[in-house]
Design a protein around this ligand. Structure first.
Ligand SMILES: [Zn+2]
Length: 207
């Protein structure tokens, strides 16, 4: 049953917060009442941060990670190994892998994985731009670090096939992570080890 709110403004705010994943109407109300108790400047900063983020955020032209410039600081970092590219689903995985401090190569953020159920096909992802990146040369190894789910496997295989005409080693992170675990939830030691112990893709799948 829909709760009655004493104010349309309050109800409107609850409706907006409740659109967020994992936020029910009760939590939405609690968060809003908390914000209402803050001073004007705090709430202004909160809303301004969201508006600025949405309007000004940029995606790196090379790896598609979120950044503030045309090309992100990781892609510009000359001390990194530019011959190795780690393919991940989202920005969260870049952050998780960076936290392991075991990886010094570059990234390629797909923006999701192939999932026919959700209507996500290869064309919705940054796969063509990966192929383009490889085709221009200078990259020796592509490490696939996608979720160990059926969708992750499908995407791995699709990318492997797409890259097969090129002279590039395709490997995938070791499966120290149990099937179905998302890599962003893997602890740093396990994730770091699974990057170091990566295996060649065709050997993992016996292609
Ligand atoms: Zn980048």
């Amino acid at each position: 049953m829909n709760q009655k709110y004493p104010s349309a403004l309050l109800e409107n705010a609850v409706n907006e917060f409740a659109k967020l994943p994992g936020i029910g109407r009760k939590t939405a109300l609690r968060l809003i009442l908390h914000l209402l108790r803050q001073d004007d400047a705090t709430v202004d900063n909160f809303s301004q941060a969201l508006v600025s983020l949405k309007h000004q955020v940029k995606y790196c032209k090379v790896c598609h990670n979120i950044c503030d410039d045309e090309v992100c600081s990781t892609c510009q970092d000359k001390s990194r190994d530019s011959a190795t590219v780690c393919v991940v689903e989202n920005i969260k995985e870049v952050m998780a892998i960076e936290n392991t401090m075991q990886y010094k190569g570059l990234y390629h953020v797909l923006g999701g994985i192939i999932s026919p159920i959700d209507g996500i096909g290869p064309a919705d992802l940054e796969i063509e731009s990966l192929v383009e990146r490889i085709s221009t040369g200078g990259i020796n190894e592509v490490i696939l670090a996608l979720s160990t789910t059926m969708e992750g496997d499908t995407t791995n295989f699709y990318i492997y096939k797409k890259l097969s005409p090129y002279n590039v080693k395709v490997s995938m992170i070791a499966r120290g992570i149990s099937i179905g675990d998302e890599i962003e939830y893997a602890d740093e030691v396990t994730l770091g080890r699974s990057i170091l112990n990566r295996t060649l893709f065709n050997e993992s799948y016996r292609i």
